[in-house]
Design a protein around this ligand. Structure first.
Ligand code: C2E
Ligand code: MG
Ligand code: MG
Length: 438
């Protein structure tokens, strides 16, 4: 059953610029939104509480007001709408504010840079129209009629240099809208109890699949994503255990990935569920690590077995000193806490090489493999082993990646000896959009 307020799109805006306010109101109304615009932050907070807007637009830079304080207020009121920031401020400030909102549990859905362009505004509003269309198409029906499917992305064991695991990633093959990525429907499922059905569906499908692969590759492991809402449900450990038993696979071959922001709330209930999952043999991973604000004490106390460094840091680690430092620290921290460390978002060979030098345990990313359909996985694993057989180690990267990273990349991109070209080249073309698209 879908919450009534989700079926209509309500937009609440606070901005001190009346011209922009009128522009947003006109565009949003023509896109079918109910709209309320105010210049007054107090009125905005009050309206957010009583009107349950689905989308909120907040000008961070209004004179005499503290946008961060408004965000805190929204979080304290458990605002469930999608929050968008508007400002002409430096993108780093906007990024920090976004992270802060997310860590407080708000659904931060993007940034509109001022001056706001009409085209950008229309595209932004269209995202929420899609969400509404998806809702009316009924996610519950999609789960029951198997419109969902899983793609799998390989994980490389850096020490053994072999593909020893996959992450299952859900997609929705919508009869009208085509293939919908998880970011567009998981939040909808999380707003209702549907997330539990969805997680059951995913774990059942993943367990059946790993049982098939185990016939030829018994060591292969599988990871599935679970939601923060799932670990609030005390029945989760028994349900997931039963799904593995029914498929004839050990819980120990399954890792449950939980995103950090969600992971760290409601600590007691979560500790109960996570501990029982571990006792049943499941491995537990903190996904997107570094994007939330978990304390190190929680990290040590919670029964996690793995930390997964968020792709935003890994993707930039060769060009951005801050990201590089975060990756190094997390690898070190994981080692000291006895946790396995996985880097996701590995998009090129230089990054992979660097992670191996830092002794990161595992790597995942488009450079190694995009998410693909299950039937392609065995061939990918064999192909990788073959490539590794003829692999000639690349020249070590220059001492300071920040000064020479671009030159290194250009050098690596230049045509080389054919056997070397086959090295760690992506196993799926760069044009692939990361979903198998059946
Ligand atoms: P995640 O668990 O962090 O999954 C990794 C995401 O990063 C995937 O996006 C994957 O396609 C993408 N990715 C992997 N390597 C690279 C890379 O080298 N570069 C870039 N730019 N991206 C890369 P996807 O499949 O769209 O999934 C997005 C998120 O949706 C997942 O993030 C996860 O939080 C959620 N999700 C996916 N499947 C499920 C599910 O079954 N249940 C739940 N609750 N959430 C799911
Ligand atoms: Mg994940
Ligand atoms: Mg992740």
């Amino acid at each position: 059953m879908v919450n009534g307020n989700l079926l209509s799109n309500r937009l609440l805006v606070v901005d001190d610029d009346p011209t922009l306010g009128r522009l947003i109101k006109a565009s949003a109304e023509s896109a079918g939104f109910e709209v309320s615009v105010t210049k007054n932050p107090t009125a905005f907070a009050e309206k957010a509480r009583i009107w349950s807007p689905t989308v909120l637009m907040l000008d961070l830079g209004m004179p005499g007001t503290d946008g961060i304080q408004i965000l805190r207020g929204l979080a304290e009121d458990r605002c469930s709408g999608h929050v968008t920031l508007m400002s002409g401020a430096d993108s780093k400030v906007m990024e920090s504010a976004t992270q802060l909102g997310r860590a407080r549990g708000l659904k931060m859905s993007g940034v509109l840079q001022k001056p706001v362009q009409l085209d950008a505004l229309r595209k932004f509003l269209a995202r929420f129209q899609v969400a509404k269309a998806l809702l009316s198409a009924d996610l519950a029906g999609a789960i029951e009629t198997d419109q969902l499917f899983l793609d799998y992305q390989l994980k490389l064991d850096c020490r053994a240099a072999r593909m020893n695991g996959v992450e299952a990633l859900v997609r929705w093959h919508h009869p009208i809208l085509g293939i919908i990525p998880p970011d567009q429907f998981i939040p909808l499922a999380e707003e209702t109890d549907l997330i539990h059905k969805l997680t059951d569906w995913v774990v059942i499908a993943a367990a059946k699949q790993i049982a098939i692969w185990h016939a030829h590759n018994p060591g292969l492991e599988i990871a599935v994503n679970i939601s923060a809402r799932d670990v609030q449900d005390l029945s989760l450990p028994d349900r997931l255990h039963k799904h593995c038993q029914n498929a004839g696979v050990e819980c120990a071959s399954m890792t449950l990935e939980l995103t950090e922001t969600g992971a760290m709330r409601e600590a007691l209930q979560m500790m109960d569920v996570l501990t029982r999952l571990r006792l049943k043999g499941f491995k537990l991973s903190i996904d997107d690590f570094g994007t939330g604000f978990s304390s190190l004490v929680q990290l040590q106390n919670m029964p996690f077995s793995e930390v997964k460094i968020d792709r935003s840091f890994v993707m930039q680690m060769m060009d951005n000193e801050g990201c590089r430092a975060i990756v190094e620290i997390v690898i070190d921290l994981a080692r000291k806490l006895g946790l396995r460390c996985v880097a996701e978002g590995v998009e090129d060979e230089l990054t992979l090489h660097s992670l191996m030098t830092l002794k990161c345990d595992a790597a995942q990313g488009y450079h190694l493999s995009r998410p693909v359909a299950a039937d392609r996985i065995p061939a990918f694993i064999s192909e990788y082993q073959l490539i590794r057989g003829i692999y000639k180690a690349p020249t070590p990267p220059p001492p300071s990646p920040f000064t020479n990273a671009q030159a290194w990349r250009r050098r690596r991109a230049a045509p080389r000896h054919s056997s070397e070209c086959a090295t760690f080249a992506p196993l799926v073309s760069a044009e692939d959009n990361g979903m198998s698209g059946r």
